[in-house]
Design a protein around this ligand. Structure first.
Ligand code: ARG
Length: 469
């Protein structure tokens, strides 16, 4: 059935037809569109809005189409979208009776419903993938609870930690990404079907029935809102953008850590490239590409928000332009997650180098200041000043951390506060030992193997709970 033959005199120009066609990215919603039509037609028959024999013919032909798959459709730009292609297929099988399936339904509520149905599936897949990644990170963390590592702030040596503690920072960011995505899911899981073009219909349809058949948790209670809102897309794409941004941070660290200058990590050969001219090169191309791909998601989010801004109610064809950006975001997020899950567990940590960095450059200075506070009952600010001055003196006189003793410290204390500290040398050594620093951070969230073990257990029970859902 040609949709245009009533109101419009003649065909759209070929250029305009392909300019406005959504067929290419509608392929993604093909299955949902068939399911939706089966659900809607079933409901129409049950409510005696259409003849049940005709409904059966429509449903059988839709089931046939489901079996045959999208290839059974004639997809060319003269067919505006997948909704028309599906209807045309049924018409080709059963004739004009196919037209009954469009009773009390518009492509406006149809596309919104299809998008939601498919996005729900995609969110579940991405959610599972995040959980798998967290599991892999936890497994790595379990092995690296004692691996001394250097932590940075401002990308300058800050404090010693363990590689496990650092990995758990990734795991917790991913946990929030997962939770955000699942929260967005609730608002994707709402049914617009029955809103028709924008004000519902005067046919006595049963929206609850189609909501149940299609497996939605809620009905959208305002039909204008239902056909015109795409905030569920903007919200989901934001959560994916945040996820990608978090993944890009991991990539950035792998890139930095694998440099000759850092040398704390070796990226697997299967995730490295070489140079066409420099034979010695081992480049972290996979991490670089993944780092860059997070920008694609940021761009898609901006595009989507910009399309939505200031659109008048209710349906506008502009909304069609949101769709390809949604799928591109979904695909890029999935690809990034998948590659990262292979690449991160395949790294090798250079434990000797990491331990060496953790004890150089006065990374343990905070602990020394803390000991002054505890042992000498002095304000932290005074301790901070003494240790700060001590570091400057040591650097200026080429004294290494290992050579700091109570005499050296007392000279500085004398200068800063007019009296010596008389601190026990053993205590000083303990304060300056990276592993002792780590071990003493036993509070919740801390770097001690004990605190990390607890955090791993908590993450494991989170994963168990979510995986059972
Ligand atoms: N292809 C359209 C979309 O993605 C389908 C819905 C409505 N089309 C219309 N002319 N009202 O939004």
């Amino acid at each position: 059935m040609n949709l245009r033959s009533g109101r419009l005199k003649g065909k759209m120009s070929n250029e305009a037809a392909s300019f406005t066609s959504s067929l290419e990215f509608d392929k993604r919603i093909f299955n949902a569109d068939v399911e939706l039509n089966i659900a809607h037609t079933t409901m129409l028959a049950k409510k005696e809005i259409i003849d049940s024999k005709i409904a059966d013919k429509i449903i059988n032909s839709l089931k046939e189409l489901k079996k045959e798959g999208i290839e059974a459709l004639k997809l060319d730009p003269s067919v505006e979208d997948i909704h028309m292609a599906v209807e045309n297929y049924v018409t080709s099988k059963i004739g004009d009776d196919a037209g009954f399936m469009h009773t009390a339904k518009s492509r406006n509520d149809q596309v919104a419903t299809d998008l939601r149905l498919i996005l729900k599936e995609e969110i579940k897949i991405i959610g599972k993938s995040i959980l798998n990644f967290i599991q892999k990170i936890i497994n790595m963390a379990d092995e690296h609870k004692e691996t001394v590592f250097i932590g940075y702030t401002h990308l300058q040596h800050a404090q010693p930690t363990t590689f496990a503690h650092h990995l758990l920072a990734y795991a917790h960011a991913l946990k929030r990404d997962y939770e955000r995505l699942m929260d967005a899911y609730k608002r994707v899981d709402m049914n617009p079907l029955g809103s028709a073009a924008m004000t519902t219909t005067s046919f006595n349809i049963d929206r609850e029935m189609t909501t149940e058949i299609l497996g939605f948790s809620q009905i959208m209670e305002n039909s204008m809102d239902a056909v015109s809102s795409r905030d569920f897309i903007a919200e989901t794409v934001f959560t994916l953008t945040m996820l990608a941004s978090n993944l890009s941070k991991i990539c950035e660290e792998l890139i930095i850590w694998s440099t000759f200058e850092f040398r704390v990590v070796e990226i697997g050969y299967e995730y490295s490239s070489t140079s066409s001219i420099m034979p010695q090169k081992k480049n972290p191309d996979v991490a670089e590409i993944a780092r860059a791909k997070s920008a694609i998601l940021t761009g898609e989010l901006m595009t989507i928000l910009t399309i939505l801004k200031a659109l008048p109610y209710s349906y506008n064809r502009d909304l069609q332009e949101v769709t390809p950006h949604l799928w591109n975001s979904v695909d890029n997020a999935k690809e990034m997650l998948s590659i990262m899950q292979g690449m991160l567990p395949a790294i090798e940590v250079n434990k000797e180098r990491a331990a060496e960095l953790a004890k150089s450059n006065f990374a343990t200075a905070t602990e020394l200041a803390d000991i002054l506070v505890r042992e000498k009952n002095m304000p932290f600010r005074t301790a901070h000043k003494i240790v700060g001055r001590m570091v400057t003196e040591a650097l200026e006189n080429d004294v290494s951390l290992q050579d700091i003793d109570s005499i050296f410290l007392d000279n500085v204390a004398q200068e800063v506060m007019g009296k010596p500290l008389n601190l026990n040398d053993k205590l000083i050594k303990k304060a300056l030992d990276p592993y002792q620093n780590i071990k003493s951070r036993t509070v919740i969230g801390g770097s001690s193997p004990e605190a990390v073990k607890k955090a791993i257990l908590n993450l494991k029970s989170f994963l168990d709970y979510e995986n059972k859902k």
